[in-house]
Design a protein around this ligand. Structure first.
Ligand code: HEC
Ligand code: HEC
Ligand code: HEC
Ligand code: HEC
Ligand code: HEC
Ligand code: HEC
Length: 445
């Protein structure tokens, strides 16, 4: 029995090891969580000129970004560090009404005006001195140092927690794997010890008796074979049916577009409303793809993306090249800030496409029905590349018509029909189906 005692001490050591490694992984997990939390506190910008740079950034983007950039000339001069060039009192006057200041003969104002081809800056009488302080605080922030993307990729992801949770997941997985290995080792040890004990006590372990192999028993049993054959036929029929049902269904279709246009960056990060570009969706049958001059409303001024927009997958250089493609297509000369007149259409690849015999109307669903784009198109604001989210099958349309209650409140068009139909069906709420959304003629020409 001395050996058994020995064995106990081995397992005790092993348990200690497991416990230690677990503690280690959890503490490093906690450290990571702390590290994630820390930069938030440190990142609070140091406000210059007494203003709040964060508020200033908002104001700048809303009012000034159309003509000014921080570090490069646009319609107006670059504004970073402008506070060192002028007195605050002068800046208040200039921003509130630059034309008045120029007319009054202010030497500085006239000089800037002449230097900029006498283009006129808009007036902002609505901005208070405090607002302007905030904007100037924002323009006084030092240029952000861009961390070179780390080779490992883990730190290159903005929003560190994502990468960090990956690491801690890996740690947990490693710990679990370790536990598994230890368990296996322990089983082997236990087996060894037990057989030693058995040997010591003189117990003989009987070898297994010979039996017919399973496959032979199976081959002899006709009933089992019949059941198996039926089972196999049914499953293959199921897969064949599934195969035929997905013919012509392009769910997930994600073609490469001539310009890598990212909905994540536009509709997500920059929160541009879908209907700003797809304005047709509100009022007509089609969603509509925006014409390129809508892009130029912004891209006259946005010739490159911020460093922080780059991802491990797509570099800043890649994105900038895409904007150049847009410029080539509309014939925009960046150096002279004019259109050359030489255009070439962008051939966007159509993604969603119902068969010609189906009638689908966007305004009916978006404006009348009040359905969000995302219900049918998925989380578009997260798509780096646009794709077909829904299957666009008849079953998909019908399913939703059966389930979705029509929004009647505040819609005069429905008052009468609601009264009649709710009497007919004896319900308070009506689904699209009860309103006639299952009639073949509504969807088929
Ligand atoms: C419609 C375009 C436009 C908008 C919007 C605009 N600016 Fe200007 N800004 C100009 C132009 C053009 C100039 C050059 C002077 C001129 O020609 O009048 C200028 C000049 C300036 C100057 C002097 C720069 C220098 O280097 O001397 C400051 C400061 C300034 N703008 C601040 C602002 C602020 C702050 C806002 C937002 C509240 C703003 N601007 C919005 C067009 C604009
Ligand atoms: C800045 C303009 C812009 C904004 C904002 C925008 N889109 Fe788009 N959208 C486009 C362009 C350009 C295309 C064509 C290129 C492509 O497919 O990526 C497109 C394509 C699409 C398509 C696929 C069209 C097809 O070929 O079947 C859908 C669906 C779509 N957008 C939905 C949305 C939704 C939903 C939103 C709001 C969350 C949105 N878009 C915001 C410009 C925009
Ligand atoms: C409301 C303003 C606005 C409109 C309209 C707009 N963009 Fe952009 N675009 C932006 C901003 C903001 C960025 C990102 C800048 C950054 O991240 O630093 C951007 C970035 C881009 C980029 C580089 C990133 C990427 O998506 O690959 C391309 C290409 C681009 N836009 C193309 C287009 C096209 C094509 C259209 C028209 C269908 C369009 N944009 C319309 C504001 C706009
Ligand atoms: C009830 C579901 C539904 C909703 C809600 C919806 N769409 Fe669509 N969308 C579709 C279908 C179906 C198609 C394919 C239409 C076709 O091929 O004729 C489509 C096609 C498109 C297209 C491709 C161009 C076209 O018209 O064929 C764009 C762009 C689009 N949708 C944008 C939007 C936007 C933006 C919104 C929100 C304002 C929106 N959709 C809301 C179902 C929907
Ligand atoms: C997300 C749910 C949803 C999906 C998916 C959907 N619909 Fe609808 N549909 C509605 C609702 C809700 C209404 C009622 C809108 C209203 O008039 O208030 C409606 C109404 C309609 C109408 C008018 C019905 C009538 O009684 O006048 C037609 C036609 C229609 N849908 C066609 C389609 C087609 C075709 C598809 C598939 C390509 C589709 N819908 C997919 C929710 C949906
Ligand atoms: C809510 C809209 C809607 C209604 C109501 C509707 N359909 Fe459809 N139907 C569709 C759509 C969308 C497709 C295209 C599906 C596809 O391409 O996979 C389709 C396709 C079909 C097809 C062709 C099938 C195929 O695979 O090519 C037939 C046949 C059809 N429908 C018959 C009917 C009949 C009969 C009714 C009335 C009982 C009806 N539909 C009602 C939307 C509808």
């Amino acid at each position: 029995m001395k050996k058994v005692g020995n064995h106990n001490s081995i397992t005790r050591k092993l348990f200690l090891g497991v416990a230690l490694s677990l503690i280690f992984s959890f503490t490093s997990f906690a450290q990571e969580a702390a590290a994630v939390a820390a930069p938030d506190a440190a990142a609070a910008p140091a406000a210059a000129s007494g203003g709040d740079a964060a508020k200033g950034k908002e104001l700048f983007n809303a009012n000034c970004a159309a003509c000014h950039k921080l570090d490069a000339k646009a319609t107006g001069p670059a504004l970073r560090g402008i506070a060192s060039k002028y007195e605050m009192a002068w800046l208040y006057k200039w921003v509130k009404n630059s034309s008045d200041l120029i007319k009054s003969g202010d030497a500085q104002a006239v000089k800037v005006f002449e230097e900029n081809n006498k283009s006129v800056m808009s007036s902002f009488p609505q901005l208070s001195n405090a607002d302007i302080d905030n904007i100037i605080a924002y323009t006084s922030e030092p240029k952000a140092e861009v961390a070179a993307p780390a080779a490992g990729g883990a730190t290159a992801v903005p929003g560190g927690p994502v990468a960090d949770s990956g690491i801690s997941n890996n740690l947990i997985l490693a710990a679990l794997a370790l536990v598994l290995v230890v368990l296996v080792v322990m089983l082997v040890l236990v087996n060894k010890v037990l057989s030693k004990v058995a040997k010591a006590n003189g117990i003989v372990v009987e070898p297994k008796a010979k039996t017919t192999p399973i496959w032979q028993a199976f081959a002899k049993n006709q009933f089992l074979i019949l059941v198996t054959v039926i089972f196999l036929l049914l499953t293959s029929a199921y897969y064949v049916y599934g195969f035929f049902m997905q013919v012509g269904v392009d769910q997930g279709y994600e073609p490469i577009q001539p310009i890598h246009y990212s909905h994540r960056i536009h509709a997500g990060d920059n929160e541009i409303n879908c209907k700003y570009c797809h304005s047709a969706a509100r009022v007509s049958k089609n969603g509509g793809i925006p014409s390129l001059n809508i892009c130029m409303n912004c891209h006259k001024n946005i010739a490159e993306v911020a460093e922080t927009t780059a991802t491990p997958e797509y570099s800043k250089a890649f994105y900038d090249e895409q904007i150049q493609k847009l410029y080539t297509a509309v014939g925009w000369d960046q150096a002279t800030q004019t259109y050359t007149g030489k255009t070439q259409p962008v051939k966007w690849v159509r993604i969603h496409n119902l068969p010609d015999f189906v009638y689908f109307n966007h305004s009916q669903h978006v404006t009348v029905g009040g359905i969000e784009c995302q219900t049918c198109h998925g989380p578009v604001e997260e798509y780096e590349i646009q794709k077909q989210f829904a299957p666009l099958t008849m079953g998909w349309c019908i399913d939703c018509h059966r389930k979705t209650e029509v929004k009647m409140e505040g819609n005069e068009y429905y008052t009468k029909i609601h009264e009649e139909l709710s009497k007919k069906y004896g319900v308070d709420k009506l689904t699209a189906a009860q309103m006639g959304g299952l009639e073949c003629g509504k969807c088929h020409y």
